[in-house]
Each structure stands twice: as C-alpha cells, then as structure tokens.
Design a protein around this ligand. Structure first.
Ligand SMILES: [Zn+2]
Ligand SMILES: [Zn+2]
Length: 416
C-alpha cells in the first residue's frame, strides 16, 4: 500500500497529529523523525512531493489534543519530560533506561488501525516515546542508556501522568566479627508485640536491643539513603556464640537506594565506632545478587572452640579416646530439642573433621573442632539425650554441658 493511500485512509477516520501520521510509515523514511514524516505527507499528494518536503529543515508540526490515535499524548510529552527531570534529580545512578505506560485506548486504536493498513512500516507509540525522551535525557545527562541491566528505570506513566521509578538493589559485601555474647545475627521482633512496640520492649519492637544486622545496616542505609534492606549471612551463629577470626561473610541488600556510591571506608569506620566493641566489620565492598546466591548455597566447614563441663571427673586418657573416636567421624544428629519447635524433626549426617580436647581441670575441658557445615556443635558435645550419636558425652559416659562457644573460622568453600 503506498504512503498517500495510507495517509488518506487515516485522515478519513479523524484528526491526527503529525507524530501519529508519520509513525505509521516510519520505516519507509529511515533517519527522519516521525513528526517530520507526518508533516511532509500531510501536505503531499505524490511520493515525489513527500521526498522534497522531507528535506525541509524546520517543517511546521501539527500537534493536537484531538488526535484519535494518541488522544493528545504527544501534547503532554514536554510536561512529562519536566516531571522526569524532577525525578531524575533525586537519584544517583551511572546508567538508566526510560520506559512508559500508555493508556489502553491508545493501544487499542493503534491495533484497530493496523488491521486496515500494513503495520510492518509502523512503530508503536510506546517505542517512539521511550526512544525520543530517552535520547533527550541521555543528552541532558551526558550518559548512555543501558538496555540490559539498568541501575534505574524511569517509567513515564501517561495514564496517571506521573513518573514511576524502579531501582536496582545495591549490594554490599563484608565480613563481621562478633565480640560480645547475646547478640543475634538478624532482626528479632519482640515476642510480646511482634514488633509493633509495647511496654515490654520499651516501644522499640525489638526482642534484643542490638543485632548484627542492625549494627551493620543502619549506617549503610543512611549512607545510601535507603529505607529498606535485607541481610544475607553466610550461615549464622547462636546469639550467645562469638564470631572470631576473620569473621563471617555477609551481603546487605539496599532496596531502592537513592545513593549508589557510598564511601565504604568511611561507613566501615562509623559502624565499628558505633558498635562499641560489640561487632567489627571489615572488607566492605560492592557486591551483586549472584554473590548472595553463592553465599547462601555454599557449604563451608567451620572451626569452633567450646568450653564444657563434665558431671564426672575425666582424665587426659578419656579425652584422647574422644579425639580418636570422633576424628573424621560421621555423626547422626536428630533435630535438637532446642530448635525442634521451629524445624522439622529429622536425622542428618554431618562429618567431624578434627577435634582436639584440652583438659582445664577434672571437670572441665576446652575443645577445638572443625566440622562440616550445619553440624550442631553443642549437641555434638552433650549428645542431646541420645539424639546426636556418637557424641563427646556418649564416649565419656557422663553428662557433658557446653558452657561457651566461639566460631573461630568460616573456611573457604573449597576447604583451605
Ligand atoms: Zn497523535
Ligand atoms: Zn514489644
């Protein structure tokens, strides 16, 4: 179908703007803006005339609120662009993408027309808007748009006449050491009010005043102007266990951060200062969602030190016997009584790699144990009423109570 016939068919249906007229045949005139094509064909009766008019530098462009195709959408693009600039100023980013939401009736009109004229040479309203306003913003910011993984997407919502922003999370990796007992790793809502705030928790909504998560995340959130975060740890230790050595890897995910380039050295210093010896973080650096998946799925051996008390007196010989029997030994652990209220009751097998026991006095010893990821260490010591077998208690044939536990090392996944 030739261009003049297409034009006549469209104009018979009603009034249009030059954007919408030109859009229908845009691929026939490569490198020319839709509204210029529209203006040229509106005032032409032959293909030759179109060619001549298209060369003109500054044609008169027709915009109208009465366009039956876009319903006047192209009269609103300047206003929308101002709103876009306002929004853009609130965010920090290194690449972006512009998208749009177009009213349904515009899309419907479009599709109806395309049943009557060939759609191959036309382009949808949305594509024109995204490209043109994207290009304008790109020039303004002197920044290239990113189509694959943009840090930020600005959606021009022409239905509600506002700009919506979607921001990619920012991930920060680090390692923490926990130097005081009684601090859980993650947020723990008050058990009375479930986090609402009550007298019991002095309106904080927290069961514990401090958590590793809060101590780490508060400063990161402030530095990146983020309201919401997620804490991903490479496993966790009991709230009463210390986390020593080089610390435990974690990634904090900042959801919709306004700033993406925090000075991590400064943040690290601040966290460590404000934590007052409760925790210490190091190695803060930028990370990504793939690393979170890795962190969560990797199996890492851990090395622990535990102090334990025995009901009956034990000798060096007894302790040697334990070492011998547990070294490179697989133990069967039924879900411990202390966690059975929140975990399914099952038996799992874990391997103890090395175990060294050191007598402190007749009823006390210290153990250093390297075990497979997921080993219940307290139960390995106490036996948990026969639910863990074999155990230190079983071999010593007496009651053994773990008193204090520290994590000394989270080993590399490939076992260093
Ligand atoms: Zn239009
Ligand atoms: Zn409460």
């Amino acid at each position: 179908m030739d261009t003049i016939t297409i034009k006549t068919k469209i104009l018979e249906k009603g009034e249009t703007c030059d954007h919408c007229l030109g859009r229908q045949v845009t691929h026939r005139y490569k490198g020319i803006k839709n509204e210029h094509i529209g203006a040229a064909i509106r005032h032409s009766n032959t293909e030759k005339e179109i060619k001549e008019k298209i060369e003109q530098e500054k044609p008169q462009i027709k915009l109208t609120k009465n366009c039956f195709l876009c319903k006047g959408l192209f009269t609103e693009t300047d206003k929308m662009y101002s709103k876009l600039l306002e929004e853009v100023n609130q965010w920090e980013f290194q690449n972006f993408l512009v998208g749009s939401k177009i009213p349904n009736e515009v899309v419907e009109q479009q599709e109806k027309l395309w049943t009557e004229i060939p759609p191959e040479d036309a382009e949808p309203v949305r594509r024109e808007i995204n490209r043109e306003l994207g290009k304008k913003l790109s020039q303004h910011l002197k920044m290239e748009p990113e189509f694959e993984e943009p840090e930020i997407v600005f959606i021009l919502n022409f239905e509600q006449k506002k700009v919506e922003t979607q921001v990619r999370s920012l991930y920060i990796y680090g390692k923490y050491r926990k130097l005081k007992r009684g601090i859980p790793q993650t947020k723990w809502p008050c058990t009375h009010c479930k986090g609402e705030g009550c007298e019991e928790c002095e309106q904080t909504g927290k069961q514990y005043k401090h958590t590793v998560e809060d101590l780490v995340a508060e400063n990161l959130m402030e530095a990146t102007q983020t309201k919401e975060h997620k804490f991903h740890g490479a496993g966790r230790e009991d709230k009463d266990a210390l986390m020593l050595g080089e610390g435990r890897p974690f990634v904090v995910e900042m959801v919709t951060p306004k700033r993406r380039n925090p000075d991590l050295e400064e943040v690290q210093e601040k966290i460590n200062k404000q934590s007052k010896g409760m925790i210490e973080v190091q190695n803060l650096r930028e990370s990504n969602s793939e690393e979170v998946v890795k962190l969560k799925s990797e199996k890492r051996d851990k090395t622990y030190e535990v102090w334990a008390e025995t009901r009956d007196k034990v000798t060096e010989k007894d302790l040697k016997k334990v070492e011998k029997q547990l070294e490179e030994q697989e133990v069967e652990q039924r879900t411990p009584t202390r966690v059975s209220h929140r975990r399914a009751d099952r038996v799992r097998k874990r391997k103890v790699h090395t175990i060294k026991l050191q007598k402190e006095n007749e009823n006390q010893f210290k153990a250093k144990i390297r075990a497979e990821s997921g080993t219940y260490i307290k139960e390995l010591i106490s036996g948990d009423y026969g639910r863990t077998r074999p155990s230190v208690a079983e071999i010593l044939k007496t009651q053994v109570t773990p008193k204090k536990l520290n994590v000394l090392k989270i080993h590399e996944p490939n076992n260093d």
